[in-house]
Ligand binder design. Structure first.
Ligand code: ZN
Length: 341
């Protein structure tokens, strides 16, 4: 992904007002400090319960360990490399029950890139809705899994950029296998070809998502998507999630609400930044998209003009199970909130 060139727009948003206590209740509180104390405890209680509702369902430690395993099996995952095939094998091996049930789909296609024709594959895993609250529609969770082609001759492994978010999707698969979606169906999409091969631009980037958005537009899947939520670079130990100006504004509001409901409001940046990512081809076709991304990764100094992003320093030690836990909490609550809309 990349921030939209020349369009970095940092907006400081005003602090949200807390409307939870009405003037009437405030007057009551004023009459007795003791009463106010217990009233405040009472008002605070549902929020704490809510925060615990999703916490730990998709454990950060599970995602972290899966990231470690993926990096061991497929450290370099650029097109045409043995690691690219190994990464696909790693992902699909975690979905054997779904493959048996014909709910795992390999979307193979050939992309014309500056490095010639490349065989790319998006991996799609479907978890249909079950139960009485079943709703007609799909929530898509996405991540790209390949590594940057221009960095193929370096030690780049993309622990944060591709690996940990693919691991997050695998962990979500394990969760949905045990707890099938109760509202909308959930599709997991492991995108191939997110990175530019030579230089980022409309024809050299987002190969997998451009292909899938066009395919789903033709077969009618696109019109059923209620939300496409993308995970990118959110394993960063110092988690600071952008408000993406290229995402659906209502979905960004939902992200902030999800963060508040799960007790993670502090990880949402106050800055608004337009990001170009696998959400973009779907956004252009009218799908409500949200890019959950922390672009600001590592130090910015003489040695690191863009932090650890696209450097061999994007390694396992720069990410944390805690950030991956926070990411999972946010994604689960986002799914809850989309189902409630
Ligand atoms: Zn990247």
């Amino acid at each position: 992904m990349t921030p939209t060139p020349h369009a970095q727009n940092h907006v400081i948003l005003s602090a949200a007002k807390n409307p939870c206590i009405s003037p009437y209740l405030r007057d009551l509180c004023a009459t007795s400090a003791t009463f106010a104390f217990f009233l405040c405890l009472f008002l605070a209680a549902p929020q704490n319960l809510h925060a615990q509702k999703s916490n730990g369902k998709v454990p950060g430690a599970t995602t972290y360990n899966l990231t470690k395993e993926l990096l061991a099996a497929a450290p370099k995952r650029f097109y045409g490399s043995p690691g690219h095939a190994a990464a696909e094998k790693f992902i699909t091996s975690h979905f054997a029950p779904e493959e048996k049930d014909h709910r795992l789909e390999i979307d193979s296609f050939t992309a014309s890139t500056p490095a010639g024709l490349q065989s790319l594959r998006n991996i799609i895993v479907k978890f249909p809705s079950a139960g009485p609250a079943k709703k007609d529609g799909i929530i898509v969770l996405g991540s790209h899994y390949e590594t940057n082609y221009p960095l193929k001759d370096t030690a780049f492994v993309g622990a944060n950029d591709g690996a940990c978010t693919s691991a997050l999707l695998i962990a979500f698969g394990e969760y949905f296998r045990a707890h099938p979606p109760v509202g909308y169906s959930v599709y997991l999409v492991f995108f191939d070809g997110e990175e530019a091969v030579k230089e980022w631009g409309p024809s050299d980037s987002l190969y997998g998502s451009r292909h899938l958005a066009a395919k789903w537009s033709q077969d009618g899947t696109l019109s059923k998507i209620k939300a496409l939520i993308l995970a990118d670079m959110i394993g960063d130990k110092n988690l600071d999630i952008d408000q993406d100006a290229n995402s659906d504004p209502k979905m960004v509001e939902l992200l902030k609400l999800a963060a508040k409901n799960t007790g993670h409001a502090s990880v949402i940046s106050k800055d608004t930044t337009p990001i170009e990512d696998d959400t973009l081809p779907f956004h252009k076709r009218g799908v409500p998209v949200l890019d959950v991304i922390d672009y600001d990764y590592g130090p910015h100094d003489q040695k690191h003009s863009d932090g650890y992003h696209h450097t061999p320093e994007d390694t396992l030690d720069k990410i944390s199970a805690q950030s991956l836990q926070t990411a999972a909490d946010l994604f689960l609550e986002l799914i809850n909130l989309v189902n409630q809309r």
